[in-house]
Design a protein around this ligand. Structure first.
Ligand code: CP
Length: 340
């Protein structure tokens, strides 16, 4: 039987919290495991804090909001953006980081279990950021951990902090300043393209967008369609979803084209991967059929599905998207550690 730490509040603020006024901070001491845990009001709050973080970084670079706090970055799968942006976020807030990005050099290689590894790291850190190849691994880690777990990608499951930064990107790029979040997102058509079966970023983003009055298009090879359980979940919210095997019909109405990589590492059969790896390639010619006011996003890394010539197009938002991730992760760390 798992017992929950007094540090984990799950919405009801504990009387055992060690820091006076921090007990009133939203999300203090809580896990971030899935986008399903957020309300529209939460999103509005996170993005307001992220916006402030952006301004603070521009103004002073680094500041001491989380001085003395330690983050453990535990990555069982490769990462460039998520790992380094959490490190940068913590360091910009004055905290420090225990990096475990090569688990083969940790006691995991001796057979140490995930529960024992998180129990170890929480002795030294205030928050654990976890990426793991198995769906549900972060939820399991959270059952054992007393300190907050942040899901940085659990196999083909979810990538909630990516979805938050993706939504923040859409708002910053296409929204109007000082308007409610619903006004910024309602009415948008978001087209997700590529590997929708294994792509955890699109699983999380589709769920998050379904909280608003958006239209979702899914463009993929037949074997990489959006999973039926996610389509059903979103259908229940009354969202219009349309599936395509070609981008042609969906592109002209698209406000956000969210491109994803076909993930070789998820295929058991490499011939199957080869049959779909180049199914979609976005080039400047492709974008001639797109609106002038729209954006192209990608969680990255890309492996050929957007040509480098597209980078010069102002609608290419994927490098700016990475930077927005820093501010959103700064906001999340400040919230979870009670300083937002
Ligand atoms: N978007 C994303 O998760 O990138 P990394 O795999 O580099 O962290």
């Amino acid at each position: 039987m798992f017992t929950q730490s007094p540090l984990k509040t799950n919405g009801s603020h504990s009387s055992h919290l060690p820091f006076g006024d921090q007990r009133t901070a939203p999300w203090y001491g809580q896990d971030i495991l899935s986008v399903k845990q957020f309300t529209v009001a939460d999103l509005q709050y996170i993005f307001e804090v992220a916006h402030e973080m952006r301004e603070m970084v521009a103004r002073v670079g680094t500041f001491d909001l989380l001085k003395g706090k330690i983050l453990a970055n535990l990555f069982y799968e490769p990462s460039t953006r998520t790992s380094s942006s959490f490190t940068a976020a913590m360091e910009r807030l004055g905290g420090s980081v225990i990096p475990i990005s090569e688990v083969k050099y940790s006691s995991v290689s001796k057979g140490e279990s995930l529960p024992d590894t998180v129990r170890t790291l929480e002795c030294y850190a205030d928050v654990i950021v976890l990426r793991h190849p198995e769906k549900g691994a972060s939820a399991i880690a959270a059952q054992y951990a007393r300190k907050p777990i942040i899901n940085a990608g659990d196999g083909v499951g979810e990538h909630p902090t990516q979805a938050l930064l993706d939504m923040f990107t859409i708002i910053e790029e296409l929204g109007n300043p000082n308007t409610p979040i619903t006004a910024e997102l309602d009415g948008l058509t978001v087209t997700m393209l590529g590997d929708l079966k294994y792509g955890r970023t699109v699983h999380s983003l589709a769920r998050l967008l379904a909280m608003f009055n958006v239209k979702l298009n899914y463009v993929s090879p037949d074997i990489l369609r959006m999973p039926e359980e996610i389509i059903a979940e979103i259908r229940e919210k009354g969202i219009t979803q349309t599936e395509y095997t070609s981008l042609d019909a969906a592109l002209p109405e698209t406000d956000v084209l969210y491109v994803t990589r076909v993930q070789k590492e998820r295929f058991a059969d490499l011939d199957e991967y080869e049959s779909v790896r180049n199914a979609f390639i976005i080039s400047p010619e492709t974008l001639q059929a797109a609106k002038q006011r729209m954006i192209v996003m990608h969680p990255l890394p890309r492996v050929g599905e957007i040509t480098m010539e597209v980078d010069e197009d102002p609608r290419a938002a994927y490098f700016r998207q990475m930077e927005y991730g820093l501010y959103v992760r700064m906001a999340l760390l400040a919230m979870v550690l009670g300083k937002a």
